[in-house]
Design a binder for this molecule. Structure first.
Ligand SMILES: Nc1ncnc2c1ncn2[C@@H]1O[C@H](COP(=O)(O)OP(=O)(O)OP(=O)(O)O)[C@@H](O)[C@H]1O
Ligand SMILES: [Mg+2]
Length: 246
């Protein structure tokens, strides 16, 4: 099932044309690697999908609906999630606080007065989500700033999944991780795919891209340079498209 359709999308910042008529179709339950040199336009393209940036031309449809005029919150409600490179976690807060950031369940005192944040429920729900991911977290009560990069990535993924996304875009999730942590993030990506979620993985680490994706899309100078099936291409071919040697 086609989930996302990007048609002829263009975007410029001042005099710089960053996206030059991008066409991209994403199917549900697939993992797509989005690769390209620094400045190729990968993050910008994804932000036009989440609604963080408007476009200067073209059309984006998600789940059959045009996204024009919808803000990031409305698009998130329809199932578009993006995990940014800096994760946007509150480092001093614990796991539950991060997972439910900005929408903490409230206990109603005597059933009428909005009371305090229901910390017990938040902790239980956070625990459930972490367990569902089969992830190892030292303590859900510790500030996430004390966690390793991989554990923080896990918290960011758990947070994204609580919105019941249909599409999860991940910007460089493995860039700063140790080998074992990379493996657990790749495992989470496969798990999302197996649950029917479409994943777009932006990465400079082609080993990771080859390990986990079904398809590899190369962006170069704001255009789609190649659209390849992972099993039918090789790293040297992909590198050739990235640097424009084809
Ligand atoms: N908010 C912005 N204002 C002005 N220019 C921007 C903005 N965001 C990105 N750009 C420019 O757009 C181009 C594409 O940037 P983008 O961040 O999309 O690249 P990228 O492919 O994600 O690169 P990287 O792999 O380094 O993250 C770059 O030339 C960048 O300088
Ligand atoms: Mg980027």
């Amino acid at each position: 099932m086609t989930l996302l359709e990007v048609k002829a999308v263009a975007k410029h910042f001042g005099a710089v044309q960053v996206l030059n008529g991008v066409d991209l179709t994403i199917e549900a339950g697939t993992v797509t690697g989005l690769v390209g040199d620094n400045g190729a336009g990968k993050s910008t393209l994804m932000k036009t999908i989440t609604g963080l940036y408007g476009t200067d031309g073209g059309e984006i449809r998600f789940d059959g609906k045009p996204m024009t005029g919808l803000n990031p919150g409305q698009r998130r409600a329809l199932g578009i999630e993006m995990i940014y490179q800096d994760l946007a976690l509150a480092r001093q807060q614990d796991v539950a606080a991060n997972i439910f950031l900005g929408r903490e369940p409230v206990k109603w005192a005597f059933g009428i007065l909005p009371g305090f944040v229901d910390k017990a429920k938040m902790d239980a729900d956070a625990r459930k989500m972490i367990d569902r991911l089969g992830a190892r977290i030292p303590s859900i009560h510790r500030p996430v700033g004390m966690f390793s990069g991989g554990q923080q990535q896990t918290v960011a993924i758990a947070r994204a999944l609580t919105f019941n996304p249909k599409l999860v875009i991940m910007d460089e999730p493995t860039a700063a991780l140790a080998v074992r942590e990379v493996e657990s993030v790749l495992k989470l990506i496969r798990q999302m795919r197996d649950e029917g979620i479409a994943v777009i993985l932006i990465s400079h680490r082609l080993n990771d891209v080859f390990e986990v994706t079904d398809r590899i899309v190369v962006l170069r100078q704001g255009r789609i340079e190649a659209d390849l099936q992972t099993g039918k291409t090789q790293m040297r071919e992909v590198v050739g498209y990235i640097v424009g040697a084809h």
